[in-house]
Design a protein around this ligand. Sequence first.
Ligand SMILES: Nc1ncnc2c1ncn2[C@@H]1O[C@H](COP(=O)(O)OP(=O)(O)OP(=O)(O)O)[C@@H](O)[C@H]1O
Ligand SMILES: [Mg+2]
Length: 255
Amino acid sequence: MNHVNGEIIGIRQLSKEYTTEKGEQLLAVDDITLTIPEKSFTCIVGPSGCGKSTILRIAAGLEAASSGTVHYRSNLVVKPCGEIGLVFQEYSLFPWLTVIDNVAAGPAFSGVSKSERIKDALVHLRMVNMLEFKDAYPHELSGGMRQRVAIARALANKPDVLLMDEPFGALDAHTRILLQRELLKVWQLTRKTIVLVTHSVDEAVYLADRIIVMSNRPGRIRTVLEVEMDRPRSRANLQFGQLTDSILKELEYGN
Ligand SMILES: Nc1ncnc2c1ncn2[C@@H]1O[C@H](COP(=O)(O)OP(=O)(O)OP(=O)(O)O)[C@@H](O)[C@H]1O
Ligand SMILES: [Mg+2]
């Protein structure tokens, strides 16, 4: 069966209600239905607090939905699985391990031999331009470098889908643009399915095949935009500016 245009993650009528410390009910996400096609690059943008991280956590199996479902292929997602990888804003590298051992650590848990893991870690470190620092410890790296290692580590687990929550949020503008470019290369090389949450409309327009624009909380889908510009995209391009502008206007409306 050809999955190229098929759905890899299916989100159906997903809602999430939290009980706050005060005991009040808070509807974070309301009735989200979304198809993530295999090998696509989807960006989710929306106001702070609209439930973007909540959706990713549920899709990763880290949190339960209040109602609705998430499927990975034909499987209901109820707990974390190796096929769905995660990269968060706060890179969570093991401080006591070197860069290469951090990247090789994930597959260790799944029983891959040491030599195999190291070989594979080298491939992924090269992919994110971090080979030179393979023997450094996390505290010896800049934020951008740590995030590159976090991406390499997620890839070393060979996920089918990579969920990324503001992966470049803590970086300066220049490093951010550099890493966006590198992530695109990695995506084109590995053809993983990527779902990336970002505050930056510019980042979404640069990276995505499809942009999901969310409303204010409770988060609903306002618009789904297909981005058909060729890659690599130029921010100087008129179409780039127009699309960015129209999404920003859309976000201004809120609900
Ligand atoms: N564990 C929790 N308990 C109670 N409320 C929560 C919990 N986690 C999130 N929320 C609430 O759910 C809403 C959505 O949170 P979420 O972190 O998903 O938003 P977000 O879109 O990722 O925001 P940001 O862009 O600021 O990261 C917020 O109002 C938040 O206060
Ligand atoms: Mg968030």
